[in-house]
Design a protein around this ligand. Structure first.
Ligand code: AMP
Length: 292
């Protein structure tokens, strides 16, 4: 009889168990998709899982709050951990397996390798969070090699991260297709994020003005306004609305992430990171496209 416990998705915690599952699927001729996450799953993550289901027969969702991508004064300890709920959500979104390794499984004693990607990690979150992308690149490389999926899905919400991962997969000849999934937003436009749970009710009430400001900057640039002027306006507008420190608000080439001054000649995006209370929000918006 299927009680509630039976509805949570199966979970493995070790590389060996993960590989055994994947080997069974491979033996049956099935393809595999991987959705790496840090858990506290919301609709944004679930959209990645649904997308993975369209791209592969079997979907693994990894849930690992990766200590090496957090700075010493960041929110590693406070980061929400909701594994039981996540296992139900993965099942509901159509995922087949949760891979939830421990820190010791991922970084056994003596672990001493680091993957560093140059270029696309410079600026934006790379400057604001030193060491962050080394942590991301290292753990994603490990996850890809542990699961060896056909395809791995990442959200465009973390556009720079997606760019870093595309780069490392190409540079290291990792035989996995990287798929980027569109940003999922709350009804008022705020990009969904596990960190939104930190926001006070009052701050949540106007958090969506971050997205609205980025959109206005993007629209102004599409309408011919100089990128630097538009971004300077955006920074002052965020301060006026009541946001805290702006880590960055910049226009960058969508593919190379090189800074764009003046009028973009290639596809470009507005990237922003801002504090609201103690919560750091990031978002990005395309310039000159119907997509927000
Ligand atoms: P995280 O758990 O925050 O590390 O995110 C795991 C994956 O979900 C990453 O590829 C994120 O880019 C993606 N993701 C997070 N929030 C969203 C969102 N609002 N829309 C689309 N993808 C998202």
């Amino acid at each position: 009889m299927a009680g509630p416990a039976a509805r949570a998705v199966a979970t493995v915690e070790t590389v060996a168990d993960l590989r055994a599952r994947v080997a069974e699927w491979r033996a049956d001729g099935l393809t595999v998709g991987l959705v790496p996450t840090m858990g506290a799953l919301h609709e944004g993550h679930l959209s990645l899982i649904r997308r993975a289901r369209m791209l592969a027969d079997q979907v693994v969702v990894s849930i690992f709050v990766n200590p090496t991508q957090f700075g010493p004064h960041e929110d590693f300890d406070a980061y929400p951990r909701t594994l039981e709920q996540d296992r139900f959500r993965v099942r509901m979104a159509g995922g087949h397996l949760v891979y939830a390794p421990t820190v010791a499984e991922m970084y056994p004693r003596g672990f001493s390798t680091r993957v560093t990607v140059a270029g696309v990690t410079e600026g934006l979150c790379g400057d604001a969070r030193p060491g962050h992308f080394d942590g991301v690149a290292t753990v994603v490389t490990k996850l890809l090699l542990q699961a060896l999926p056909d395809v791995a899905i990442f959200g465009e919400k973390d556009w720079q991260q997606l760019t870093v991962i595309r780069r490392l997969v190409r540079d290291l000849d990792i035989p996995v297709k990287i798929d980027g999934a569109p940003i999922q937003r709350e009804q008022d436009g705020l990009a969904m994020s596990s960190r939104n749970a930190y926001l006070s009710d009052e701050d949540r009430g106007f958090a969506n003005y971050f997205y609205k400001t980025l959109r206005k900057v993007a629209e102004d640039i599409a309408g011919g306004r100089d990128a630097d002027h538009a971004c300077a306006w955006g920074v002052s507008e965020l301060g006026r609305i009541g946001f805290g420190a702006v880590d960055y608000l910049e226009v960058r080439d969508a593919e190379t992430l090189e800074p764009v001054q003046g009028a973009p000649e290639r596809p470009a995006r507005v990237f922003g990171a801002v504090f609201l209370g103690k919560t750091r929000l990031i978002d990005n918006v395309a310039i000159g496209s119907a997509e927000g």
